[in-house]
Design a protein around this ligand. Sequence first.
Ligand code: ADP
Length: 400
Amino acid sequence: MSEVIAGSVLVVNAGSSSLKYQVLDPKTEEVIADGLAERIGEQAASIKHWYRGTEVRRELPLPDHEAAIALVVDLFAEEGVDIAESGLAAVGHRVVHGGRSFFEPTLITERVHSEIVRISSLAPLHNPANLTGIDAVTALLPDVPAVAVFDTAFFSRLPDESAHYALDAEVAAKYAIRRYGFHGTSHQYVSQSAAEFLGRKASDVNQIVLHLGNGASASAIRGGVPVDTTMGMTPLEGLVMGTRTGDIDAGIVFHLARVADMSIEDIDVLFNKKSGLKGLCGENDFRAILERVDAGDDEAAKAYLVYLHRLRRYIGAYMIQLGRVDTIVFTAGVGENAAPVRADSLAGLERYGVIIDPERNAVRSDEPRLISTDDSEVAVLVVPTNEELAIARAAVAVTN
Ligand code: ADP
């Protein structure tokens, strides 16, 4: 048995053509290995595998997720680690949609597997990909307990008034149409970390969490319990995202179908892959967008303003819903790194008790930090998210 991995957790996030993984120790939080396989299913697939300070990059065909996992196992073997025999405590799989079936991290038994298959129609872009990851890992590591950690779980406690669409109730019930919310693992982890940072119990803190990555979502959390979130039945609703529209008039679907003769598939791709920041200015990398804004590029400026406008709309709505806001927390790639987004999204809110300190906001760090002034009534924080750690902890908690 390899001492280096014993007791740690393999965290797997399988996308339709990608596989992200990490091996980490949930107690010490040490990351032992980290990797990403991309373009699975294509001839020119690639993998980046990091193990204890050594990085390997390969380009090779990877026909499917099983081939990708087999390659990961080989890359560990090249380092002298037999991962199947290394004493992994668990495998934690990120599963996007738990529907109304899963509200907690769950050990993957045959019955659980069938239920994830059954609810896949709720997330046709995500759950089938997650399942290929589960199947591929189970085939190679059959003796390691596998746990599904659902992106919807944290929001399963959304109150009815937030969870229901104003849709014919019979149709909604028949087709399981409701607001589920996503990024729950991140919102839960970050809100707990924010409360810890403030030295308070999560149950005493009202917060607005802004998870701004390529996918983006906001949540209003009262005393540790979510009261609202921007993503809905699918991860398409809410904020402007890298390539997704966020909120959009559903009438546009009918219009495009009638006037542009677009199929449902075409519109799905348009809204999920070709819209958002990318649709507005041709680019979804926020760093590049900020550079273009600074250089006076009009398209990028428009995209930035649309993004901010939507974000401020939700911040305002959540302030009203919560009544008392103790903290506003920024996380994920944009939230953790883009100081102008933080400053601009909360500009002019002094009368609501929100005062950003420009010097604190400019600090770059991997640690949770305060970016508001000492006399700001609302503590504005940056708290790095760590979904892998949250999944690893959840997986171990279920298997113990
Ligand atoms: P996801 O997990 O949804 O793919 P991430 O949380 O990794 O996304 O966030 C990716 C986004 O973060 C990209 O738009 C990227 O440009 C942005 N980002 C990363 N670093 C910076 C930075 N220093 N400044 C501005 N944006 C950044």
